[in-house]
Every structure is written in structure tokens, then in C-alpha cells.
Write a protein that binds this ligand. Sequence first.
Ligand code: PMT
Length: 411
Amino acid sequence: MVWNGRKLLLGITGSIAAYKSTWIVRHLKSKGADVQVVCTPDALGFVTPLTLSTLSERPVYSEFVKSAGGEWVNHVELGMWADLILIAPCSAQTLAKMAGGLCDNLLMAVYLSARCPVWFAPAMDIDMWKHPATAKNVKELTSRANHRMLGPANGALASGLNGVGRMAEPQELIDALEAHWASTNADVLPQATEDLRNKMVLITAGPTREAIDDVRYISNHSSGKMGYALAEACLEQGARVVLISGPVTLTPPQGLYAFVAVESAHEMQKAVESYRTKFDIGIFCAAVADFRPVHKTTGKIKKQDAVTRIEMHPNPDILAEVGRNKQPQQFLVGFALESADGIAEARRKKSTKNCDMMILNRINNKGAGFGADTNRVTLLSALGIRELPLASKKDIARDIIQHLILCYIPS
Ligand code: PMT
């Protein structure tokens, strides 16, 4: 599919044509693209974040700092996330800022941070378009690598005048994107940059089973999907991946450096220990049982034995142990599965387990956590707190790895 998995960052600027951007978002989404909207402050006079976030199913960004909570919106990360940036409509003002490299709003910071193709669809009145200053800016921008201008079209303008300056029709923009992606290897998802080449990544996944007797055990509902998706995302980035997995029904991805199947927390701990000094990045996604029965009965406990209590003993905390012995070059990622006080608990676990990044999973989030094909997580790292909206575990895994690369490999 041409569109599936494509990440498009739509920049909207202050122009009456901004109302057409809502149509663009809707149609890109219906085709399967992932759309992140970034508005200039002036754009918000023409369209509302509520409309755009509802259509894009992602938060809409327009400021460097989110008003609620004072969190930083990471423009570098947004720029790196996108496969293509489309600025539509692109006002005369934004065109000039792009040409001059001015950076007085979030969209400009994203533009300056991006490495992907940048397309822009100018929208302005006829005389603004014909002005020598605009002509000079257009000449500069169209001479830049990876830049492409679409339109403007000829026709009725908001001023009542007629002539060149109308934003290209949304359908034309979408057709141009489709043609571009069809010609750049339609069936391939965004090209991996192989930023983890030569790095060894250790991943724990799935549940552990703590035996009560030879047929019964204590466990949890982890399916392994999140951990296996992370393994795939790391393989895409060229890493040597060691996957240590509790009992799941999934097939391990092709191309792993090593796969170790385990049952209990003790077995998982032993497997992790054998790679502890070898890996560069450790991602601890497994839902390890915190307790195990003190005694495992050989054979099957009989119904007549009427067991009403099972005495439990705490299991080793595998991640905390690795965290205590972390080597300077190692980067540790933990998951925190929480039902209440998510951020505070995730922060606490990040610190007590000596992690560089903690990924918060809230068990009461619909479509997230155990078993689901989708997830919704919050990332806590040196780059601050970042919410990843509901998406497939494969996409969430790719986003987590992109975020990790930003934290781990300084540019
Ligand atoms: O497998 P799926 O169905 O796809 O579901 C994914 C998931 C919900 C299991 C996953 O996203 C997730 O949240 N995993 C962590 C679950 C968990 O055990 O959270 P915790 O808050 O109890 O543990 C915190 C961290 O310490 C985790 O990184 C965990 O792997 C680690 N830990 C915990 C206990 C222990 N004894 N040893 C550990 O290493």
C-alpha cells in the first residue's frame, strides 16, 4: 500500500485557505497515513486545534511549550519523525521565514530540524505573490534540495481579486503525494536509517510463569506483542538483537542475533545475566511475575489436598539488578505498567531502577497494554515527557526506537 505507515507532518499557517487543511487531514487519514499537525499561532485564527486533533487523532502542536503542564514540545523529534513535511497553506510570511531561516515559531523550528522532503503550497493574494521579495524567496526555496512547491493556482482570491495566489486544490496535493510515494517504492515502509548498526540490543518480552506444581502456574496476560514489535523495530535499525522471551505464541522475528525462550523469572534473570556486560541498549518489556510460590510441588496437587493458601516469595527484580550494575555506555529502558499515579510511579521506577528511559503503560487505557494489537504509552526520558497516541504496537515500537535514538545518539 502506498500510504500505509507514511508519516506526514502537515504545517498549517495563517491563511484563509487553512480551512482546506482539515479536508487534507481527513483524506490523508482515510488513506492510511499517519498525520501530525503543527500550526503557526496565526493559523489558529482560521482553524481550531480541536477539529484538527479530532481528524488527525493526534495532539496538534503550535507552541514550544504545552500550556497544560509546561512540557516542552520537541521540535527536533517532530522533524525527525516525519517522512515528509507538507506546509499547506504556506503564507507569504512563512515562505519568507523558510527562505531566511527564521525560527520564531514551532513550525519553523521543525522545518529547520527536518531531514525529510519539504513540500509547500503557497497561498496569498495576487500582488503579494507577484512581489519581487516573494519571487526571490520562492527562487531560493525551490533551489533547495528536497524542496518542492505545489501551486499556487489561478482563480478567485479571498480579497475579491482574481489571479495567481490560490492554494493548490487539496485533491491535487494528495494526488502529488500519492504519485511521489508510489514512485519511491510503494510497498516499503519508511526507510530505516540503521542508526543502531553495530549496537547490541537486549530485549525482554512476554510474561513469566511461576510454577505451583507440574501443571499449574501463576502468570499474567502479557502476549509478548510489544516486546516482539520492539525487536523488529531494532532490527530495522540494523541492531544485533537478543530477544529473551517468556512463553508466548508468537514467532520470533527473522534475523535475531539470539533468541532465548524462558519460563520463569529466574530463568529470565539467568539469560539476561549472560548478556549483561555485552549489550549497549537494554529494553525490559517483559511482565515479570513479582512473586513465585515458595515451594513447587512435584506432580499435580490433588483436589482432595484442599490447598487454600499458597505461600509466595518475591522474585528477583531483573531490571533493578541490571540498573545497579549499569556500565557507563549502557542505555536502559524500562516499562512501567500502572493503574494509578502513572507519571509519578514511572518517574519513581525510572530512578530506582537506574533507567535512562521509562515507558508508562496505563492498564485502564482502552486498546493499550496486555494482549492488544495497539498501545498508548508515555515516554519519560532526558528529553522530557512525550505522549504517544493510540497506534499499532509496531508503530509505537518504531516511535519508541526513534525517541531512544535521539536520546542515545547525540547528533
Ligand atoms: O506483552 P503485551 O501483551 O504486548 O503487553 C505489553 C506490556 C503491557 C506487558 C508491556 O508494555 C509492559 O508494560 N511491560 C512491563 C510490565 C511490568 O511488569 O511492569 P512493572 O511496572 O511491574 O515493572 C517495571 C519494570 O521492571 C519493567 O521494565 C519490568 O520488565 C521490570 N521488572 C519488573 C519486575 C521484575 N521482577 N523484574 C523486572 O525486570
